[in-house]
Ligand binder design. Structure first.
Ligand SMILES: NC(=O)c1ccc[n+]([C@@H]2O[C@H](COP(=O)([O-])OP(=O)(O)OC[C@H]3O[C@@H](n4cnc5c(N)ncnc54)[C@H](OP(=O)(O)O)[C@@H]3O)[C@@H](O)[C@H]2O)c1
Length: 269
């Protein structure tokens, strides 16, 4: 049976690897992105269609879904992958940076769910995969805004799975640790404010540590494999951690009094 997956933020990284993996598994792939004109390589692959979709612009979501249905006839799974990280001290982030982080990672994901849920209900089934993060379960320093978006995605998804269960709609959470993608480069935003140097001696080594962690990490194909599992394993399992480096296990085992010093030792050299 032919199945169709729609992926947001498929221009690079995890989204692009996911598009390629599902295509090799004989799925039809709607690779959605803000600028499909820059994605010639994906659009040349058989059974992959590139569609314009900006998660912060509900009109583009409606249009993309209609175009995908016209081209492929159905949608069986949606991967809410579009997102980026805003790092740095909370007080250095402008209102605009703060809003953009939530508009993309949280409200953007809600926008896509709002459009796809009625369609999945009518179809009597479907799978929603939300890309969270290790940072959706564990908070790291200088990540208060990014972390709070991913904690929001976790709570949203955990609640949603109860209400969508009667309609045969599965909700899945993917929780990647560091993955080598543009997340640590062009997609990253850093909050800095002139005259606010008091954080620099801790912030700069933290940013270097994060960059090195990203460079040394596995690529998006490991996350794509977890997404494939989540979509096809036939279970209602909610959470799929990937490359979390034992931190999730330790978070569950250790009291705050031992876990917080450990996080400081790792992230704040
Ligand atoms: N890499 C990691 O270590 C890591 C770890 C945990 C979680 N994650 C999560 O994984 C997801 C994918 O990130 P990635 O690592 O693959 O980084 P990436 O290569 O930078 O990909 C991010 C994607 O999101 C897209 N995007 C950003 N804003 C968008 C918007 N308003 N509408 C539609 N698309 C938008 C980008 O599109 P453009 O090309 O248009 O900019 C890009 O395709 C994110 O949700 C991220 O939080 C990543």
């Amino acid at each position: 049976m032919e199945r169709v997956i729609l992926i947001t933020g498929a221009s690079s990284g995890i989204g692009k690897e996911t598009a390629k993996l599902f295509q090799t598994k004989n799925w039809k792939v709607a690779a959605t992105m803000r600028s499909p004109e820059n994605s010639e390589d994906l659009s040349k692959i058989a059974d992959v269609g590139c569609f314009r979709l900006d998660v912060t612009d509900p009109g583009t979501i409606k249009t993309a879904i209609a175009e995908v249905l016209e081209k492929f006839g159905a949608i069986d799974a949606v991967v809410n992958n579009a997102g980026y990280g805003l790092l740095g001290p909370f007080e250095a982030a402008t209102q605009e940076q703060t809003e953009r982080q939530f508009q993309t990672n949280v409200l953007g994901l809600f926008n896509v769910c709002r459009e796809i849920i009625p369609y999945f209900r009518d179809q009597k089934g479907g799978t929603i995969v939300n890309i969270s993060s290790l940072g959706g379960r564990v908070a790291f320093p200088f990540s208060s805004l990014y972390t709070s978006t991913k904690f929001a995605v976790e709570g949203f998804s955990e609640s949603l799975q109860y209400e969508l269960e009667p309609f045969n709609i599965r909700v899945k959470l993917i929780e990647p640790g560091p993955i080598k993608t543009d997340f640590y480069g062009r997609s990253q935003d850093v909050a800095r404010r002139e005259g606010l140097a008091v954080y620099d001696h801790r912030l700069e080594p933290f940013l270097e540590f994060m960059e090195k962690g990203g460079n040394d990490a596995p690529d998006g194909s490991v996350v794509a494999a977890a997404i494939y599992d989540a979509v096809t394993d036939g279970t209602r399992k909610l959470r799929y951690p990937v490359n979390t480096k034992g931190l999730l296990g330790l978070r569950g085992l250790l009291p705050d009094s031992l876990f917080f010093p450990l996080v400081k030792r790792i992230f704040l050299k």
